[in-house]
Design a protein around this ligand. Structure first.
Ligand code: 4NP
Length: 144
């Protein structure tokens, strides 16, 4: 699960997928930037997760690394900017083929964006949670 800072959107996506996916799946999240490397998720993401019964406090932000394209079968971008960063970082066509825009799971080919809630209010985090839950649930119905 990849966003820009790996403190707002992708930690929520990571938590939701971890809660709902088969327990033997390897799940992680990362940022296209290293701006918040080593930090906990944004407090508003932690609170939103907690309101939905999830604990994401243990997560720490890290940047995407090229070896992620070998380690993981699917790499989800939250928005088109994350997607294009990942496409630039991908070392080959096989790696590029693993990159997907997450909202296309629930809304195929619409290229909907998970909005960056960082500079907005608390309600943006709940909206992000609901969007991610819908797309992740649809993804699991088709792939788990
Ligand atoms: P995220 O949100 O990409 O969902 O983690 C952001 C977090 C931090 C910044 C931007 C977006 N920032 O500019 O520091």
């Amino acid at each position: 699960m990849v966003c820009l800072g790996n403190i707002c959107r992708s930690p929520l996506a990571h938590g939701i997928l971890e809660e709902l996916a088969p327990k033997d799946w390897v799940i992680d999240s990362a940022g296209t930037s290293s701006w918040h490397k080593g930090e906990r998720p944004d407090t508003r993401s932690i609170i939103t997760a907690r309101a939905h019964g999830m604990d994401i406090d243990h997560q720490r932000s890290r940047p995407v690394v090229v070896s992620d394209f070998e380690e993981f079968d699917v790499i989800f971008a939250m928005d088109s900017s994350n997607h294009s960063h990942l496409m630039q970082l991908a070392p080959n066509d096989q790696a590029k083929a693993k990159i997907r825009l997450i909202m296309n799971e629930a809304y195929p080919e619409q290229n909907l964006q998970v909005p960056d809630p960082y500079t907005g209010g608390d309600e943006g985090f709940e909206q992000v949670y609901q969007m991610l839950k819908e797309s992740i649930t649809t993804f699991l119905q088709h792939n788990a």
